[in-house]
Design a protein around this ligand. Structure first.
Ligand SMILES: C[S@@+](CC[C@H](N)C(=O)[O-])C[C@H]1O[C@@H](n2cnc3c(N)ncnc32)[C@H](O)[C@@H]1O
Length: 286
């Protein structure tokens, strides 16, 4: 049965969310339009939706009116017992024959514990489907006018989380290696330990004046972007009263905002610098 009411995809039908299944779906970084069609198809069928704190509430309006909506928000660094409860609750719901949608912000497998939840489900014999989403570290930066890769800037990008399971700065991150090898660094959940992280990067050799952007509430109408440098990021963020959720981008990609701040342009702001990398020739010329 295709109860999604979506136009059929070319050459096929939308998958059916059957009773006893759990679909782990990425809701994207905020703007509801960034959800995938598979995600919408899931929302139209689920009879129970277990959703996270960073799922934009408007997205739930697309769910069936009679669907149960269960909030499973958790803050980073809290004890893992709660994660276990969430995972086991998903198992129980599936075993009760519900059509379960586990809706997570961004992409479920990017710093979202989707892998842990999916593994628990599989270990309990619950069939799953994974629906990727647009991660905040890519889509959120795009809304800030920052291309996560650019041929003249980087051939690689490093994604980091600013804290580990205990809430501390991740000790497994080799800051010296990151400093030396990462052309552009995109950090999730980095605000709490921003002082330690920026200091570690500078100590390991990163230039104190390297551009940094802090994008809060990315893709949403109240998105804010703070442009700063590694050395000034902490003070500037405090002065601007920057509040999570935030993505922190370190690298020359941030300069591209001077020409690609498309949300600013839509609001009538002028292009600050059409050639922020100082190439001296049009972008279309290699
Ligand atoms: C638990 S992680 C989840 C990441 C998510 N799975 C993803 O792929 O985007 C939560 C962190 O993602 C980042 N984040 C998620 N949505 C965001 C948004 N709209 N604006 C800025 N940062 C966001 C923040 O760093 C936040 O602390």
């Amino acid at each position: 049965m295709d109860s999604s009411n979506l136009p059929a995809p070319p050459g096929g039908t939308w998958p059916t969310l059957d009773p006893g299944w759990v679909w782990l779906v990425g809701a994207g970084p905020g703007d509801p339009g960034l959800m995938t069609l598979h995600g919408l198809n899931a929302l139209r069928q689920a009879d129970v939706i277990v959703y996270d704190a960073l799922v934009e509430p408007a997205i739930l309006d697309w769910a069936r009116p009679d669907a149960d909506r269960i909030y499973a928000g958790k803050r980073g660094g809290k004890p893992s017992a709660k994660q276990r409860d969430i995972s086991l609750h998903l198992v129980e719901l599936a075993q009760a024959g519900r059509r379960v949608l586990r809706l997570k912000g961004g992409d479920p497998f990017v710093f979202g514990r989707g892998g842990e939840e999916a593994q628990t489900l599989v270990q309990h014999g619950v069939p799953i489907r994974i629906v990727p989403g647009i991660s905040a570290g890519i889509g959120g930066l795009a809304y800030a006018g920052i291309p996560v890769t650019h041929r003249d800037i980087n051939q690689s990008v490093t994604f980091l989380t600013g804290h580990d399971q205990t809430g501390a700065t991740p000790t497994s991150v080799n800051w010296a290696a990151v400093s030396e090898g990462a052309q552009v660094i995109v950090m999730y959940m980095a605000m709490k330990h921003l002082a330690g992280i920026t200091a570690a990067l500078i100590d390991a050799g990163r230039a104190p004046d390297e551009p940094v952007a802090i994008v809060t509430r990315a893709t949403l109408p109240d998105q804010r972007v703070l442009e700063t440098t590694l050395a000034h990021a902490v003070d500037d963020a405090a002065a601007a009263a920057v509040d999570p959720p935030a993505i922190v981008c370190v690298g020359r990609s941030v300069l591209m905002r001077q020409v690609l701040d498309w949300t600013g342009m839509m609001a009538g702001e002028p292009v600050r610098n059409p050639d922020p990398l100082g190439r001296g020739r049009p972008a279309e010329q290699a």
